[in-house]
Design a protein around this ligand. Structure first.
Ligand SMILES: Nc1ncnc2c1ncn2[C@@H]1O[C@H](COP(=O)(O)OP(=O)(O)OP(=O)(O)O)[C@@H](O)[C@H]1O
Ligand code: NI
Length: 452
């Protein structure tokens, strides 16, 4: 799809279906603590494709696995992280099914003042970590969702459904609330993973079982997540294979994965993901293993499915060319951090982080000379808390302060709040000294006290 068509599609937007705030996922190995995802924030809206792009080791897959709660030991999601699933129908259903794990946040707000709580020692986050400039902007929902509510004695460990408008007593009338994915466990977790949120991996064989027919695997997903069984499930499985463009679906529904080509297998995996009727589809390099022609076909298929089903999609790739094809918004990741975020047109027209510019220069066909420019060096392992710019050692525009001040995400231009970059050269209206001072201040301000 061309950039022009994207512009038309991105004009109207609903509220987000998922809100990621200050997500931190670390692996505690014997040698070191790897901060694979180190405080990232972004939203995804229904019908929107959010691309995550970055070189190998930047934390893209760990982000996806964190949203799916598929992070295994020695890794875990750290306190301070929040991933809110805000799909209203699901919130209502959860409040009714898991009433004992549902909290009325609007009622709690009458007892607790978030500003007072935020000054307590149990909370070691900055307002910037929650995406604010000032401490008084932090809400009770932010505090509780980030996991501080337990230590403060406000919520119980199992609580994971938070109602901000309405009461848990009448679930159908709930007007606003969220399921905190980082707090899910047991049945509540199982119903989200592979149900409301489905994932397609790079290698289709990791998702397909060689000993069952493709049809039976899709039918199992239909039974588990939608309660569809028997002949109805067979019909639906066939319809799904047709929907993902598998020819002769009636026959192929009875075949085994090894009888499918690579491209057809990935289509079958997408059909399986759709069998759960998800709200959010996460694709982690779904076309990387395929040849270029098949890759283009799968991208077209995903774009089409997304539009017809109004799916929210998170699409991971290291390929800026693929991003241009599929994404509405883009998060550029580097060493565990989102270093730039913008809608896709803005990102390509006005890339502001030197890392993004480097990635764009390495797209084949984009450079003036005949040599493909790549960024020299590798992504460092983020094994210490960030006290500098992790890209500085490779950055052509680095200044001395990049070694001593950690850049936070700020608007590139004050008039464009949706375009942010974590670079000491931003905001561009400010002088370098002023900008550096702004980044320094936002890092230094712990809880309490307003910034600027
Ligand atoms: N199970 C694990 N144990 C220890 N470290 C891990 C584990 N999984 C990931 N990491 C580390 O987390 C960091 C981010 O890895 P991740 O897989 O998210 O990168 P990526 O951006 O998806 O890269 P790629 O493009 O190669 O898939 C890397 O430094 C990686 O070594
Ligand atoms: Ni990956």
């Amino acid at each position: 799809m061309s950039l022009h068509e994207h512009a038309e599609r991105t004009t109207t937007r609903d509220a987000p279906i998922i809100e990621v705030r200050n997500l931190q996922t670390a692996f505690f190995t014997e040698k070191e603590t790897i901060r694979a995802v180190d405080g990232i924030s972004f939203d995804i809206r229904p019908g929107e494709t959010v691309g995550i792009v970055g070189e190998s080791g930047s934390g893209k897959s760990v982000t996806a696995r964190s949203l799916m709660r598929l992070v295994d030991a020695p890794g875990r999601i750290l306190e301070g992280s929040s991933v809110r699933f805000t799909h209203l129908e699901t919130v209502r259903e959860y409040a009714s099914t898991f009433a004992g794990r549902t909290v009325d946040l609007s009622a709690l707000e009458e007892t607790y003042d978030p500003v007072d709580l935020f000054e307590r020692n149990e909370i070691d986050a900055t307002p910037a970590a929650f995406g604010y400039e000032h401490a008084h902007e932090v809400s009770l929902a932010d505090i509780v969702a980030a996991g501080y509510g337990d230590e403060l004695g406000i919520v119980d460990e199992g609580d994971c459904i938070f109602i901000t408008d309405g009461t848990p007593d009448s679930p159908d009338a709930i007007a606003d609330g969220f399921i905190e994915i980082t707090r899910l466990s047991g049945e509540a977790q199982r119903r989200i993973r592979g149900g409301r949120i489905a994932m397609v991996f790079q290698d289709p064989l990791t998702s397909l079982n060689p000993v069952y027919t493709v049809g039976n695997q899709i039918k199992e997903a239909l039974r588990l997540h939608q309660g569809i069984k028997g002949d109805a499930a067979t019909r639906e499985a066939t319809a799904l294979l047709e929907a993902v463009g598998i020819p002769d679906a009636r026959r192929r529904v009875n075949e085994y994965p090894h009888q499918f080509s690579g491209g057809m297998r990935q289509r079958a995996v997408i059909a399986m993901a759709l069998a759960c009727d998800p709200e959010l589809l996460i694709c982690d390099e779904p076309t990387t293993a395929l040849d270029v022609t098949i890759q283009a076909q799968i991208l077209d298929l995903l774009a089409e499915l997304q539009e017809t089903r109004d799916l929210a999609m998170m699409f991971i790739t290291h390929d800026m060319g693929v991003i241009a094809e599929i994404a509405d918004r883009v998060n550029v990741m580097y060493a565990g951090e989102v270093v730039e975020t913008a809608d896709v047109n803005t990102l390509f027209a006005d890339p502001s982080h030197p890392y993004t510019r480097g990635l764009l220069r390495s797209i084949p066909g984009q450079q003036t000379g005949d040599r493909l420019e790549t960024i020299e060096g590798n992504v460092p392992t983020p094994n210490e808390p960030a006290t500098s710019c992790r890209f500085a050692p490779r950055c052509p525009e680095a200044i001395d302060e990049c070694e001593t001040v950690h850049p936070v995400s700020v608007p590139v231009d004050e008039d464009e709040p949706d375009h942010t970059a974590a670079c000491l050269h931003c905001p561009t209206q400010l002088s370098t000294d002023q900008a550096v001072e702004m980044h320094r201040r936002r890092n230094a301000t712990r809880n309490g006290g307003d910034l600027e």
